[in-house]
Write a protein that binds this ligand. Structure first.
Ligand SMILES: [Zn+2]
Ligand SMILES: [Zn+2]
Length: 274
């Protein structure tokens, strides 16, 4: 496949991930959320009304209802990255005599990450029930600004303890509510926040480790092939010394899946770190 279609495919996929992230962020606050809402308002001027209705229903189902779509997407993305890492990066790096402990580190992190993911998804985030309501009412003091004493949840029909919130996805009030995470399909609250922190930490380190190993492999390939000191002849028959753009194009065409995976894990690391 030529460089241009491959690059366009790559950019489309990166854009799709960014749009997905923005759409999800659009349900909350922040600059990204505001940008997503503004983009939505602009698009509503050109998209037919019936299509807007269908899109809203689909978005409501995907982003405002508890479902396993993002969990499946999460597992599929992780499986794709690890399949690529195992079948190509690991094998090539092993041949280039990378240290075995370094090559096995992403698998070790995967075990930890999957463990934290399961704990996060299955653990009770801090659902307020009739039996624990009285004790949770005493845990935090009302600040009188965000959390007012005497506020009753209309759905649960209980007075809201300070720092609690009703989750519209799960339809329950959650103690020390942080947010509802679609990637783990559960609320993040007082009881599972520590697992969520560990989940994010292992995911960030995992993505960064795979990115570092993959980048080190590509750098090693460039150094071993002595490509930087070579030259190439363009379509007009002119000879040029190898520059960075040519190098990226060469690596993209030689190892398309590896370069694509590298772009994805770098993007993931940046999203998680920012
Ligand atoms: Zn409630
Ligand atoms: Zn929830």
């Amino acid at each position: 496949m030529d460089f241009l279609p491959l690059l366009l495919l790559y950019l489309c996929l990166v854009l799709a991930v960014a749009v997905l992230y923005c759409s999800h962020a659009g349900t909350g606050g922040g600059q990204v959320g505001r940008a997503a809402r503004t983009a939505g308002q602009v698009l509503s001027l050109v998209i037919p009304t019936w299509l807007q209705g269908v899109t809203q229903k689909v978005l409501l189902r995907l982003f405002h209802t508890r479902n396993y779509l993002f969990v499946i997407l999460h597992v599929a993305l992780q499986a794709a990255v690890y399949a690529e890492y195992t079948w190509e990066v690991f094998v090539y790096c092993w041949e280039l005599e990378f240290h075995l402990v370094l090559l096995l580190l992403p698998y070790l992190l995967l075990v930890g990450n999957v463990g934290c993911f399961i704990l996060c998804s299955c653990a009770n985030p801090g659902i307020i029930t009739k039996s624990n309501h009285a004790s949770l009412m005493k845990t935090y003091a009302y600040d009188g600004v965000l959390f007012q004493k005497g506020t009753v949840c209309a759905t649960c029909n209980m007075e809201k303890p300070a720092r609690s919130k009703h989750c519209s996805f799960c339809d329950v009030c959650v103690h020390r509510f942080d947010h509802h995470c679609v990637w783990v399909n559960n609320c993040i609250g007082a009881f599972n926040a520590k697992y969520f922190f560990l989940y994010l930490f292992t995911l960030t380190v995992m993505a960064a480790t795979i990115a570092i190993i993959t980048a080190a492999f590509l750098i090693q390939v460039v150094l071993l092939s002595n490509l930087m000191h070579g030259s190439y002849i363009d379509d007009q028959g002119q000879e040029h010394t190898v520059e960075i753009l040519f190098l990226i194009q060469h690596l993209f065409l030689t190892f398309p899946r590896i370069v694509f995976m590298l772009g994805f894990v770098i993007l993931l690391t940046l999203i998680l770190a920012l």
